[in-house]
Design a protein around this ligand. Structure first.
Ligand code: ATP
Ligand code: MG
Length: 400
């Protein structure tokens, strides 16, 4: 069978009109970004479908590369013909002939988007099915559990015939939901939070707090590698590396030990919020999960969150660690996250951090230092790296 198209079905688009157009446009752009190696492809978007015309390109690479693009519900190799019964029948036969083995069964499922088409779906199923049956050997019809489900979409402009369905990555096209800043440590959780945010259509920039010489270059490299994994789901990405040593040292000096963690988090949030404002993003994202560690009790969150009104998205808040680990393995960040280099929080973690910090107390401890000045310097000295898309290796067979 010679496939000449890939037909892409969208995920949910609850919004209509202009937003729908933006969705299709954005998805098309994101798909084009992962298919730059195939300049001969052409694209055509409609209200509810996107078509890639292969123009003689081998479909394997294309199919592989779009597997991780968010906003795609499913996609299929397709054959296009004119919406005329004879043409449809011939194409159907050609599609099945290239595919079936002796003893296989098939069924035809027709969708008639063009309501003016002279035959209804039952008549079309019958006409196409019997034509295929007469012209093949050792092939039977099975409407319940067929080996081959030949789907026929009759539209006004053309008819598309498909046999395979690949599962898409789901979610919304990256960029559809605006931009947010991801607080990215070297741990297991925050990369997963980033992945889930991308999946929900957010464009993200990452912020990492770095405390040399307490943390090494290799800890920084770990975060860069995590970003590289994440961008296989979302195009290029910026990583802001904030020098955090001075602030951490001041906290150690001035704040009682069991409150250092609360203060550290507050400073991180303040800095992240300023970078967010400079970059015109609308929210912050963290990898927090309720009750996982001392800083993630509700009382801690109240004390930490107090420094900003900016929405903080916590995609993992109700998830169990085991489920988070499963996702991190699936998306390829786990092995990087478990590399043994300490991040700035691990090194400065007090023996017994407060699980129920009092807001008034932490505010008073902090009032003895001019943190605003230190924060300003940290923001100014932040280093920004742009991480480019590198194609994710994925086996074709995984998709089938
Ligand atoms: P993770 O696995 O993401 O490191 P965690 O379970 O270790 O999370 P914490 O260390 O309490 O939890 O961190 C909570 C969140 O704070 C992280 O998920 C991340 O969003 C942010 N965070 C912690 N450390 C850093 C850092 N060095 N740079 C940027 N963000 C950080
Ligand atoms: Mg951590």
């Amino acid at each position: 069978m010679k496939f000449d198209h890939i037909l892409i079905r969208f995920g949910e688009i609850s919004t209509k009109g202009r937003n729908r157009r933006l969705f299709v446009e954005r998805l098309k752009r994101n798909i084009q970004n992962v298919l730059t190696d195939y300049p001969e492809l052409t694209y055509h978007g409609t209200r509810d479908r996107l078509y890639i015309t292969l123009n003689e390109t081998d479909h394997e690479g294309v199919v592989k590369n779009i597997a991780d693009v968010f906003g795609i519900q499913s996609y299929s190799l397709a054959m296009k013909c004119r919406s005329e019964l004879d043409e449809i029948k011939k194409s159907a036969l050609q599609a099945v002939q290239g595919l079936y083995k002796s003893g296989d069964s098939f069924k035809v499922t027709t969708k008639r988007a063009d309501k003016q088409f002279p035959l209804d779906t039952n008549e079309l199923n019958y006409e196409i099915g019997s034509y295929v049956l007469i012209n093949t050997e050792d092939l039977s019809v099975d409407v319940k559990n067929p080996t081959i489900n030949l789907r026929v979409e009759v539209r006004k402009e053309a008819t598309y015939l498909t046999c395979y369905d690949y599962k898409g990555a789901g979610g919304l096209p990256v960029g559809m939901s605006g931009k947010a800043m991801l607080l990215l440590s070297g741990g297991i959780d925050s990369p997963v939070a980033g992945f889930l945010s991308l999946k929900r259509g957010l464009e993200i920039e990452a912020i990492h707090f770095f405390s040399p010489p307490y943390t090494s270059e290799r800890a920084k490299q770990k975060v860069i590698d995590l970003c590289k994994e994440l961008i296989s789901y979302g195009g290029k990405m910026k990583l802001h590396i904030v020098p955090f040593t001075t602030i951490q040292e001041q906290i150690q000096k001035q704040v009682p030990e069991n409150y250092t963690m609360t203060s550290t988090r507050r400073m991180m949030l303040k800095i992240a919020d300023q970078i967010r404002e400079n970059k015109q993003a609308l929210a912050l994202i963290t990898g927090e999960s309720l009750g996982q560690v001392a800083s993630q009790t509700l009382e801690s969150m109240v004390a930490i969150n107090e420094v900003t009104n900016t929405p903080i998205l916590r995609p993992l808040i109700t998830m169990d660690k085991t489920d988070i680990i499963t996702i991190s393995k699936d998306i390829g960040t786990h092995d990087i996250s478990i590399r043994p280099f300490e991040d700035c929080c691990t090194i400065f973690t007090p023996a017994s951090p407060k699980t129920r910090p009092k807001l008034e107390k932490v505010a008073r401890f902090e009032s003895f230092i001019d943190f605003d000045e230190l924060i300003k310097t940290a923001v100014q000295e932040t280093e920004t790296i742009t991480i480019e898309y590198e194609r994710k290796k994925r086996e074709f067979e995984d998709l089938l």
